[in-house]
Design a protein around this ligand. Sequence first.
Ligand code: GLN
Length: 288
Amino acid sequence: MNIRNNLLKDLKQYYIQDLISYYDTNEAEQLLTILIEHYFGISRVKLIMSPEYRLSESEILKLHMAVKELKKYKPVQYITGEVEFQGLNIRVSKGVLIPRPETEELVQLIVKKESRTGLSVIDIGTGSGCIAISLYSQLKNPSVFATDISVSAIKLANENAVLNSAEISFIVHDILSGDALYSKNTFDIIVSNPPYVTQEDKSKMQRNVIDYEPHNALFVPHENPLIFYEAILKCAEIKLKNGGRIYTEINESFGSELVNLFNKHNYSEIKLVKDIHHKYRFIYATKK
Ligand code: GLN
């Protein structure tokens, strides 16, 4: 590499060129912007304003190593180890799903509908904890619980809660086990973004997702794609208060099947909600 004077703006262009056989130019630019902000605290605008900014050799090395990972299609969020979610900084690592913008919409939907004070909420399959933590910070004085099958996910979610000053009770629990969810509480709200990607969907997914994100957080068995919703409804028989609501993210192909399933379990006000891409991405319903 021959970048005179280690100017950051030139290094950025160099690495964008280096990445264009892997990503399109816009994406390569965005990825470099994220890395530069993460490692050096320099935003895109700040870099334009300070074109003379130089990196030391060790700083260049950091950038170099990160670009090397990007060439293996490692998601940039796993490289930086963080993501912004609902204005919060959430740490991520390969054992948890990277929070998606759709899941921010799920949080916003709940916050818009649930204005009462002191609600008790449980997030099933919390992963990084992003839903539970943002609900803690946006609902009025809630009690928030969160479960996950993965001990390492619960550990990370707990760290995220501490970093964001959220008081959340975390429980290691496998929703498919049928084991009673130990906690004295019953809940006003059950929320979940469970695995819902089918084997057929898998062929349309990008390498960075399939090669790096945890399959147990993404995929469902071909023969029973609604298995998690059935388990959540089963858990809700005991744990959800009458008049309480379930909110979940869903696979856009299963909207009507899920409406039927909620109907069978005696729920009212069953609503499918579209995401910003106009796909049915959420369902919520009230327990009678
Ligand atoms: N929306 C995610 C994706 O498309 C899947 C999330 C999930 O399975 N809950 O990768």
